[in-house]
Design a protein around this ligand. Structure first.
Ligand code: NAP
Length: 287
């Protein structure tokens, strides 16, 4: 199976590398061309445009930052849709809103192609280790034919029904993760501010019902207030909060904590922390 891969950021680079290591023929495209080089070393060819990546492949995958970035590689004479034709598949793994996915599906269908949205849970390391959780929705036939690819990128793969469901699932998931990280940061700040030992605070958390891998991964870094290796850029987490609040507005569901946490993330962005890992939001909380 020939694969096109568009969007070689933190996640896309690692995911495309796993497809190459698994023996798939992969043609890559990225706005900043330099990010193609490590994949070329693994055997990828470089496509001249997102359109060329789609034209030269059976399934073209996109892993873009935002809905606007999805549109910029999807639309226009050099976009992915221009390179689609009957029998091809378009797989968008970016975290976007359901509306963006529905539009992508409509454009793919107009060309006789199939569409699947497949956002992921898991960060840089799970992308490298091919242990992502993949939430897929859209054309079931494309899901079935994509499974050999998805299985090389993720450890748990779910099919969630109609297009838009996976985008909505991903946003609900990230809202929880973001709330947990915020609570962890506040807990660490309160413990330290009241003279408690941070390591013991983390040990207490890890021994009880709220023990979880993310606290183990980020807790000590937040407590030490050191450099945070960038796994999930803070600006993308704020995008996800914004999209979750937009979805909540659409369905009439109040999100009391998320609305406040979004203000915290907007403050972090205004303080220039957007390109840092989302754990850097703890710097806004810490006195
Ligand atoms: P990233 O490192 O910032 O990479 C973003 C990609 O989008 C890059 O290829 C970038 O190209 C491209 N891009 C951005 N704006 C563009 C535009 N206007 N036109 C064309 N290309 C554009 O992001 P990432 O961490 O890989 O995340 C990718 C997606 O996965 C996001 O939707 C994110 O929310 C989601 N996600 C991320 C994580 C994580 O932990 N990192 C986990 C789960 C889901 P350049 O290289 O040229 O900038």
């Amino acid at each position: 199976m020939k694969v096109g891969f568009v969007g070689l950021g933190i996640m896309g680079s690692a995911m495309a590398a796993n497809l190459l290591k698994a023996g798939f023929s992969v043609s890559v495209w990225n706005r900043s061309v330099d990010k193609c080089a490590p994949l070329v070393e693994l055997g990828a060819t470089v496509a001249a445009s997102p359109r060329a990546a789609a034209e030269s492949s059976d399934i073209v995958i996109a892993m873009m930052a935002t809905p606007a970035a999805v549109q910029s590689v999807r639309d226009g004479s050099e976009g992915i849709v221009a390179g689609l034709s009957a029998g091809k598949g378009y797989l968008d793994m970016s975290t976007v809103d359901g509306e963006t996915s529905v539009k992508s599906a409509m454009l793919a269908h107009e060309k006789g192609a199939l569409f699947l949205e497949a956002p992921v849970a898991g960060s840089r390391k799970p992308a490298e280790d091919a242990t992502l959780v993949i939430m897929a929705a859209g054309d079931r036939v494309l899901y079935d034919s994509s499974l050999p690819l998805l299985e090389k990128m993720g450890r748990k793969i779910l099919f969630l029904g109609e297009t838009g469901n996976a985008a909505r699932m991903k946003l609900a998931n990230n809202l929880v993760m973001c709330g947990m990280l915020t609570a962890l940061s506040e807990g660490i700040a309160l413990a330290a501010g009241s003279g408690l030992d941070s390591a013991q605070f983390l040990e207490v958390l890890d021994s009880g019902a709220v023990s979880n891998p993310m606290f183990r991964m980020k807790g000590a870094l937040i407590a030490a207030n050191t450099e945070f290796p960038v796994a999930f850029p803070l600006k993308h987490m704020q995008k996800d909060l914004r999209l979750a609040l937009q979805l909540a507005e659409e369905v009439g569901q109040p999100l009391f904590a998320t609305a406040t946490i979004n203000e915290l993330y907007k403050t972090a962005l205004a303080q220039g922390l957007g390109d840092e890992d989302f754990a850097a939001v703890s710097r806004v909380i810490r006195k």
